[in-house]
Design a binder for this molecule. Structure first.
Ligand SMILES: C[S@@+](CC[C@H](N)C(=O)[O-])C[C@H]1O[C@@H](n2cnc3c(N)ncnc32)[C@H](O)[C@@H]1O
Length: 252
């Protein structure tokens, strides 16, 4: 097992030099050699069958870690909810750990790059379908503890957070944003510029001892967010907790 894991790092180094499409294949092979710690169970597997999404199994361990070490009662924030798979898992973990922290999520459901094919389905149709799926998933798999979900781009969401604005959420409730954040799951636009802005926003509000997890940040994933990881590692005040294989950081 250790010999296999030793092979994984050189493969990841190769992946970092390849273009996005090939990098993903090689990175996947590396992850097969050096698999992440997987906390998935019967329930999370079945969430994955029922709800569309791209939740990496290794993120479950990161969620568990971050939620077990929340520094205070400050909320958990998710950027990018899609159909609600990760929000359902976070809600499940909150229940398992007996946590009453508010989960506040945001998604634009904009899909500027979707629907490029020659089909009579508009981007708006696609966005509406995904948003409706999210609402339905939450009403089923988080009915006892509905997250507060604001339909917004991340920049707008954090602007509202800074201003302490009250917004209506997708379930028709009012939610007042603002204050410290205990854990942030960053899974919106994975381009470098967006991920960097998301990080700077999170850094502004994350409590000392709080965690931030970046989806698709694993080495060689091909997403722009990977460029940000060494920058955060080099930044004072941030500690790399794990690469499982996505990067989980803790604010000192
Ligand atoms: C990878 S999906 C999220 C998957 C979800 N976290 C899960 O695991 O089930 C990314 C989501 O981010 C949203 N998104 C993309 N750019 C965004 C932005 N700038 N602000 C807010 N949401 C964004 C997309 O609409 C999409 O639903």
């Amino acid at each position: 097992m250790r010999a296999r894991a030793r092979l994984a790092e050189p493969l990841r180094a190769v992946a970092r030099r390849l273009d996005k499409r090939h990098a993903r294949r090689v990175a996947l092979a590396a992850n097969l050699l050096d698999p992440p710690i997987d906390l998935s169970d019967h329930y999370t597997d079945h969430l994955g069958y029922a709800i569309a999404g791209m939740l990496a199994r290794g993120n479950l361990w990161c969620f568990d870690q971050a939620l077990r070490h929340l520094p205070s009662d400050a909320p958990i924030v998710e950027i990018g909810s899609f159909c609600g798979l990760s929000a359902s898992v976070l809600t499940y973990y909150k229940r398992r750990l007996g946590l009453r922290h508010r989960l506040v999520t945001c998604d634009s459901w904009g899909f500027e790059q979707a629907m490029a094919g020659d089909v009579p389905v508009s981007r708006a149709d696609y966005g509406r379908f995904v948003k409706d799926s999210y609402v339905r998933a939450m009403q089923t798999f988080a009915a006892w503890d509905l997250p507060y979900t604001v339909e917004a781009y991340a920049d707008d969401f954090f602007g509202a957070w800074r201003a302490g604005e009250t917004r209506s959420d997708v379930f028709g409730r009012s939610v007042t944003l603002g204050g410290p954040i205990g854990f942030a799951y960053v899974d919106g636009n994975h381009d470098y510029d967006h991920a960097k802005r998301d990080f700077e926003h999170v850094a502004e509000f994350l409590e000392p001892g709080g965690h931030v997890l970046f989806d698709d940040s694993y080495d060689g994933s091909g997403w722009g967010v990977t460029r940000l990881m060494p920058e955060i590692r080099a930044r004072a005040g941030w500690e790399l907790v794990a690469r499982n294989p996505n990067y989980l950081f803790r604010k000192r």
